[in-house]
Design a protein around this ligand. Structure first.
Ligand code: ZN
Length: 198
C-alpha cells in the first residue's frame, strides 16, 4: 500500500539511487523538495539537466569541460610535455588549487579494481597511451594511495616503461586510502615535489 503519492515514492527512489544517499536521506530530501518554492525546484532540475547535457569530456585530457578542449589543455603556457595522471576531475581540481603545477593532466575517471570488476579497459587508458605518441617527457602518476590507486599506478608504469618516457609516482606523504581531494595543498605539493621514478 502506498502511504503517500506515487510521485513522491518515485522521487525517493530516484534520490536513493545516488551514491551516499540511503533510504532515510532520500525521504528527507524528497520531503524537503516538496516544501521548496516551485521556482527553486525549477532551478535545481535545470542545473542538473544543463550540467549533464552541456558538459563533455575534454578531447585531450578527458576531464569534464564545457568546451571541446578544456581551459588547461588550451592554455599555451602549460607544459605539455609533463602529464599528471589523476583518477577524477576532483583530484585535478585539488592540484590546480596549489597553483604550482604547470604541466597538463590526464583524467582516468576511475581506477583499476579487480574486486569491483573494473579493468584497464574501463578507465581512460587508451586515450592516455595515444597522447604519449606525441612529445611527452614525463608522466606523473597521481592516483590515490588506495589499493586500487596503487594497482593502477603499477599497471600504467608497466605500460609506459618500454616507451622510454620518464614515469614517476607522487610521494607517499599522502595518507593511505586518502582521497587526494581531501588533502591540504602543502601535503599535495610535498607529494609532487618528492615524486619518485618508477
Ligand atoms: Zn583537457
Amino acid at each position: 500500500m502506498e502511504y503517500y503519492s506515487r510521485h513522491i515514492s518515485n522521487l525517493v527512489e530516484q534520490l536513493a539511487g545516488l551514491p551516499g544517499i540511503g533510504a532515510k536521506s532520500a525521504q528527507r530530501l524528497a520531503f524537503h523538495i516538496m516544501h521548496m518554492p516551485k521556482e527553486q525546484v525549477g532551478q535545481l532540475t535545470a542545473a542538473i539537466k544543463d550540467a549533464r547535457e552541456k558538459v563533455q569530456y575534454c578531447k585531450c585530457c578527458c576531464t569534464l569541460t564545457d568546451q571541446e578542449i578544456c581551459p588547461i589543455c588550451s592554455n599555451p603556457s602549460r607544459d605539455r610535455q609533463t602529464i599528471m595522471v589523476v583518477e577524477n576531475p576532483r583530484d585535478l581540481a585539488a592540484y590546480e588549487k596549489t597553483e604550482k603545477y604547470e604541466g597538463v593532466y590526464h583524467v582516468l575517471h576511475g581506477a583499476i579494481s579487480p574486486m569491483l570488476g573494473i579493468g584497464p579497459e574501463d578507465i581512460r587508458l587508451t586515450e592516455l597511451m595515444q597522447r604519449l605518441q606525441g612529445d611527452v617527457k614525463e608522466v606523473i602518476i597521481a592516483t590515490n594511495s588506495s589499493l586500487e590507486g596503487e594497482t593502477t599506478a603499477m599497471y600504467i608504469s608497466k605500460l609506459i616503461k618500454p616507451s622510454g618516457i620518464r614515469v614517476s609516482r607522487i610521494a607517499s606523504g599522502v595518507p593511505v586510502g586518502g582521497d587526494l581531494e581531501c588533502i591540504d595543498e602543502v601535503t599535495l605539493l610535498r607529494a609532487l615535489e618528492g615524486r619518485v621514478d618508477l
